[in-house]
Design a protein around this ligand. Structure first.
Ligand SMILES: [Zn+2]
Length: 426
């Protein structure tokens, strides 16, 4: 019989047992951080909370939030560590998107094990199996290792990141069955493959795993129809590794709740929001991060936890919506909040538009109207009619006035890293 789960005991644990496991792990994480990490000792003391105040999972709200820049990046390295330096066996690093400076993230031997448990479980959940041949194009080393850990065959990035033509050639010669990439760059890959005469629908490729950036569901479905390959999603961060993944039922992502405790908070007030409401993701690492504890850590992504319902796949862990974007990507327009993914939905549901877009912010503070650059597909005759149609869809979907600048496909330059969806011109 085919093995269905990567870690059956954890993934199918009855909910009450799972909650008590989370509670026990939380207590031990908090006690350990208080005792060994100067950053957390100081934060807990300032908030007047002691590890003995944390008796149940619900007590987590007594703990202060951890801010990436203020608490983590600005603290001296040795203050963050909660193991001796000699016990640090691996470093990961952030991409430095927020501050421009990459931050080393230390891991103990136990952390490495827990980290790759998440990486491997994530890949198994999206449907990867040991007979798959996987090409990871993101440039993140941990993704390769996640696939190797679960037994798949993995192509290392020997032909170089960013060299699309060489990667396309490798896909064919190595008989690749799964590609993992940034969604926006995967579209470039498919377009280029078509130009080179490589028909992906007729190849061995059977699945695309999109990581590292958000993408709209409508858009995903459109791409699946266009290229004939299903797209799936994982969620995680450099600090946590893979922490949630979409199962074959494709109704949100299962949160790996034995490894992390995930809360959704109102980004303005910091208060927890009920399931079904969208807000900022805050995570507590329950098993990992022995060397570098993460307690109520503001990841900076926006999502929601779905109201609990058992999943037909057999996993008991709650599910979250695909990540909608970064907190920093919320654009306020005439009292409404708009995110790049909202624009992506408009792009995907309006005939005549291509894939790339950019929101233009030309002044500080709240904007009166949405200014957006959108690429259109070749062969459009009446540009004014298309513009009016798009502005109408934006008004209907988002309730804001807009000024749409239509550009030829290829005008918005794609980077070799994440797509730049918001540009500031002031
Ligand atoms: Zn499921």
């Amino acid at each position: 019989m085919e093995r269905k789960f990567w870690n059956e005991e954890m993934e199918t644990m009855p909910l009450d047992k799972l909650k008590s496991l989370q509670g026990r792990r939380l207590q031990s994480v908090v006690a350990r951080a208080y005792e060994h990490s100067r950053v957390y000792k100081r934060k807990f003391d300032e908030a007047g909370v002691k590890p003995s105040d944390i008796n149940t999972l619900e007590d987590i709200v007594k703990l202060p939030l951890t801010d990436d820049v203020e608490d983590i990046r600005n603290a001296p390295f040795e203050d963050k560590l909660s193991v001796p330096l000699s016990e640090v066996k691996m470093y990961h690093s952030t991409s430095g998107t927020t501050t421009g400076i990459p931050e080393p993230i230390p891991y103990s031997a136990r952390d490495i094990k827990a980290f790759f448990e998440g990486e491997a479980r994530g890949r198994w959940t999206i449907g990867a199996r040991p007979d798959d041949v996987v090409q990871v194009l993101t440039g993140f080393d941990c993704c390769h290792r996640g696939y190797v850990e679960m037994g798949a065959t993995c192509l290392l990035l020997s032909a170089g990141r960013g060299f699309v033509d060489k990667q396309i050639s490798l896909t064919q010669t190595a008989g690749v069955t799964i590609i993992e990439h940034m969604p926006s760059l995967m579209i470039n890959y498919f377009e280029r493959a078509k130009e080179l005469g490589f028909d992906v629908a007729k190849s061995k490729l059977r699945l695309v795993s999109g990581v590292g950036e958000a993408w709209a569901e409508t858009y995903k479905k459109k791409m699946e129809t266009k290229y004939g390959i299903p797209f799936t999603t994982l969620w995680g961060s450099v600090e946590l590794g893979v922490a949630a993944a979409q199962c074959e039922k494709r109704c949100g992502m299962h949160i790996f709740s034995d490894l992390i405790y995930l809360e959704i908070l109102d980004p303005e007030t910091g208060t927890p929001l009920p399931d079904g409401e969208e807000g900022e993701i805050v995570v507590t690492a329950l098993l990992m991060n022995e060397a570098f504890p993460l307690i109520r850590y503001k990841v900076g992504d926006v999502s929601q936890i779905y109201p609990y319902e058992p999943c037909a796949c057999g996993r008991t862990h709650p599910r979250m919506a695909p990540v909608k974007g970064r907190i920093s990507q919320i654009v306020k327009i005439a009292g409404k909040k708009v995110m790049p993914l909202d624009i992506e939905e408009v792009m995907a549901s309006t005939e005549g538009l291509a894939e790339n877009y950019q929101i233009v912010i030309d002044k500080p503070g709240e904007l009166d109207r949405l200014k957006v650059k959108m690429e259109y597909q070749s062969g459009i005759k009446d540009m004014n009619a298309l513009r009016s149609r798009v502005e109408e869809v934006i008004h209907q979907n988002l309730g804001v006035e807009s000024e749409v600048d239509l550009l030829e496909r290829g005008s918005i330059v794609s980077d070799t890293y994440k797509a730049q969806r918001i540009i500031k011109t002031y």
